[in-house]
Ligand binder design. Structure first.
Ligand SMILES: [Zn+2]
Length: 814
């Protein structure tokens, strides 16, 4: 392989077929597998205006900057320091990594770089990755153990790591998590370059696992899943069945632990999406792999049930999953708040690993429908258009407190974007027997080999996702019939999502889908969401699919309380949002969109790298100085959700008020709303959403458990904390009103034991002279009058309950 590649001068075309050869060889030894096989991304040459530029930005910007961040933050140095210790050097700097899973970030970016190298040879990048691999290999202990925090200082590893190997694996150490990402990177690099360097490191590591864990040996499950998928990939390239067995052993060892990491009950008894969403999707993907490779029906039954629960009850319109910040977890059924939606970027990536695997098992387009929804909305929203900044959570509503960041202390999301983007072409086609599946639509030319050896070239031309016309030209080698299965997306058939959690308000407006072969109408009879055409395809035969793309109004199941009285806009696979720059008064949460308001799609080539926008007129609501509600007609523009937050922070919403009761009228500016707000608690926490300004946004809460717009001090508990308003200019104030936030259920956020108001007098903070008590009643404003004072700033100081934090919905000042 290596020699061939050199002989061919690493030409792209040859190289692609060479890497396909590896793929095919690795699959050849495997007896049982997914019934459907994806056409590898190396065979699909995307040349459209939507994906090709993104994949290029990922290659040119995201991957190099992510490597830089790994260097800058000491993540590469961790390997160098571990290697030095193994060489017997006396390290001066023995501090452990920031987190025990910091090793995974270089691994993930290596995986992304490998996919890029597979289709875009780059000697400099390859040499850099070779250098990194050298450092990783040098940090591996003689028996195969690889975990820098322990090797750097075995006596004092990261506090989550435990004093012995694997001792804390099921809780916090992430030793197996690191290895899962290592194996994935190693397989990717091997498949891309034919080089075994990182693969050999992985095999040595996996052999240590095989010798340590298994029946009659140690029993353990992964605290953060992914080693299961990684072991399966190693099995695929090595044919070593011990790796597959170990993946299954790790999965079967779950039970008796916590729901947080899907370890409360055995995996085959799980029925709902629960706990930490990224862990969950990695586990379901690993289970799908093991089910495909072993024929295990119980695994399949479990993940099918879980998928139904997630898609019927726990997914956002954007495809995002994992609604809750607390535990980065799935909520209960229909618990899908918009502003506080967590929707970690990694969970969207993991969700699509899982959807793809279920498609490969069942051949049903409903999995691709969900995949596509996530792909075009809640997944690519995770990265800015310039490829430089990332979202950790992907909320569906904002007051301006959300912004993408170039990197994170916990940097999982950027790495996941870097590895997912270059693999997108690998989700376009799949094949089974003599059938070719066309799952996604983007201009490309692909070289495909069916299971029966038949070679087909197929060219797709389309302006998708902006237009629904797709033309495919077929060029088969040899003669004889074969089948092409073209996915007819659910959204083009009046189905917003499989299962009905969301539905289009008007299903009659869409024209029917049209399918033509060689210019002649073909009757569409759907089989699992596919139009199936079997014929003796000739060179130059064309398939034209025409998917009508009217603007659709979407309504949610009434049980999603956050979406009651609201509608969303969708066109084709794209979900829209209103964003502040497109509104005359820079507010969008104050808008009422009725059924009567006309919606018009329009192409804007210079906006947000070229987007189809939706233009409309709607009523905008605001309070005047006398607290009277007023409204006026306003021109409004909706933009694709994925493209929001590329023009600075401000309001955004996906679910637009369709009834007056759902509107958030713009408050009349007050002393509080115009103040600079600071606090002793988290500000723009690293996952980008804790902003004390939410206590001063002028919005009246509906209850103390209203999670649309509040501020809390978690993880602080039992301490003394404060929040402060600095007025624009000194003012005379004589009362405050505080509406306390309380986390629903047995939450960790409760009202404080006591609080008081201080005012600034020069350099000092002095208590105001109150009349009456400082109240801590919930579900109401607690008003405190005090002797008027003229001051430039007020501070609210509070003592948190023991073992509890506190939070504020709204703090008014008069
Ligand atoms: Zn992440």
């Amino acid at each position: 392989m290596k020699a061939n590649r050199k002989a061919a001068g690493a030409g792209i075309l040859f190289f692609c077929s060479a890497s396909h050869t590896i793929w095919a060889q690795s699959a050849a030894n495997i007896q049982r597998d997914y019934p459907i096989k994806p056409v590898p991304f190396t065979q699909v040459h995307v040349n459209d205006q939507f994906w090709a530029p993104r994949i290029e930005v990922n290659r040119k910007v995201s991957i190099p900057t992510a490597f830089n961040q790994c260097e800058r933050t000491g993540r590469i140095d961790n390997f160098v320091r571990a290697a030095a210790v193994l060489h017997g050097e006396n390290l001066q700097d023995k501090h452990p990594p920031g987190f025990p899973f910091d090793d995974t970030d270089p691994y993930k970016v290596i995986e992304g770089a490998s996919y890029t190298l597979a289709v875009h040879p780059d000697a400099k990048l390859e040499a850099y990755v070779d250098g990194l691999i050298g450092k990783i290999a040098a940090a591996q202990e003689p028996d195969g153990y690889l975990y820098t925090t322990r090797t750097i200082d075995p006596q004092h590893p990261h506090e989550w790591s435990g004093t012995e190997r694997w001792q804390n694996e099921e809780i916090l150490s992430h030793e197996l998590y690191n290895l899962g990402h290592l194996y994935e990177a190693a397989v990717a690099y091997y498949q891309a370059t034919g080089k075994r360097s990182l693969l050999d490191v992985s095999i040595k590591s996996a052999n240590l696992l095989v010798n340590t864990f298994g029946p009659g040996k140690r029993k353990i499950y992964s605290g953060h899943q992914i080693v299961e998928m990684g072991l399966v990939k190693l099995y695929r390239v090595t044919g070593n069945e011990q790796y597959l067995s170990l993946a299954k052993f790790f999965l079967d060892s779950r039970g008796g632990g916590k729901a947080y990491n899907q370890a409360d009950v055995p995996v085959i008894d799980q029925t709902e999406g629960e706990g930490h969403a990224v862990r969950a999707t990695y586990m379901y993907s690993g289970m799908a792999d093991v089910a495909a490779l072993t024929g295990d029906k119980d695994y399949l039954h479990a993940i099918d049930q879980i998928w139904n629960n997630v898609v019927d009850k726990k997914i956002y319109l954007t495809g995002g999953i994992g609604a809750l910040h607390e535990g980065e977890a799935f909520g209960t059924n229909y618990q899908l708040p918009n502003m506080t939606a967590y929707n970690e970027t990694c969970a969207a990536v993991g969700e699509n690993f899982w959807n793809q695997r279920l498609f490969l098992l069942h051949g049903d387009a409903k999995y691709v429908d969900v995949f596509e929804r996530t792909l075009y909305n809640g997944l690519i929203s995770g990265v800015s258009l310039d490829g430089e900044t990332y979202f950790y959570p992907n909320p569906l509503e904002s007051n301006g407190q959300h912004q993408r960041s170039p990197w994170f202390g916990v940097a999982c999301c950027p790495g996941n974007i870097t590895r997912f983007m270059p693999s997108v072409p690998g989700y376009v086609y799949a094949e089974r027997g003599d059938a070719l599946y066309v799952n996604l639509f983007m201009s490309n030319s692909a070289d495909i080999q069916l299971d029966n050896g038949r070679k087909i070239k197929i060219v797709q031309e389309t302006r998708y996702p902006w237009e629904g016309d797709i033309k495919m030209t077929v060029d088969p080698e040899g003669s004889g019939p074969f089948t092409i299965k073209v996915r007819v997306p659910g959204w083009a058939r009046g189905e917003a999502i499989p299962g009905g959690l969301y539905r289009f308000e008007d299903q009659s407006s869409s024209r029917p889908v049209r399918l033509q072969v060689n210019g002649r109408d073909e009757k569409i009879s759907l089989d699992k969401g596919y139009a199936t055409i079997t014929r003796d395809w000739q060179k130059g035969d064309t398939i034209e699919l025409s998917l009508p793309m009217p603007v659709q109004r979407v309504v949610a199941d009434k049980r999603i309380s956050a979406d009651v009285g609201r509608m969303a806009l969708q066109r084709g696979p794209i979900v829209y949002c209103l964003e502040w720059p497109d509104s005359p008064d820079k507010h969008v949460r104050n808008v009422l969109l009725t059924d009567k308001d006309k919606l018009k799609a329009e192409w804007k080539p210079n906006l947000l790298n070229g987007v189809e926008v939706i233009e409309t007129k709607a009523a905008a609501y605001r309070y005047n100085a006398d607290h009277q509600l007023q409204h006026s007609e306003e021109s409004l523009r909706a933009v694709p959700y994925y493209a929001w937050a590329n023009r600075g922070p401000g309001q955004m919403e996906v679910w637009i008020a369709a009834e007056e009761s759902a509107v958030h009228p713009t408050p009349y500016p007050t002393l509080a709303t115009k103040s600079k707000v600071t606090s002793s608690g988290p500000t723009m926490a690293e996952n980008g959403v804790r902003d004390p300004r939410l206590a001063a946004d002028g919005e009246d809460p509906t209850s103390s458990e209203d999670q649309t717009s509040y501020y809390d001090w978690l993880p602080k508990r039992g301490t003394k904390e404060w929040i402060q308003y600095d007025f624009e200019r000194p003012a005379t104030v004589s009362s405050v009103e505080v509406y306390w936030y309380q986390e629903p259920g047995e939450g960790a956020v409760k009202v404080p034991t006591s609080w008081r108001i201080l005012y600034r007098d020069g350099e000092q903070w002095k208590p105001v002279e109150v009349q009456g008590p400082y109240g801590v009643a919930i579900n109401q404003f607690n008003k405190v009058m005090f002797k008027p004072i003229n001051t430039g700033a007020l501070r609210l100081e509070m003592q948190l309950q023991q073992n509890a934090s506190a939070g504020i919905e709204e703090w008014r000042v008069q």
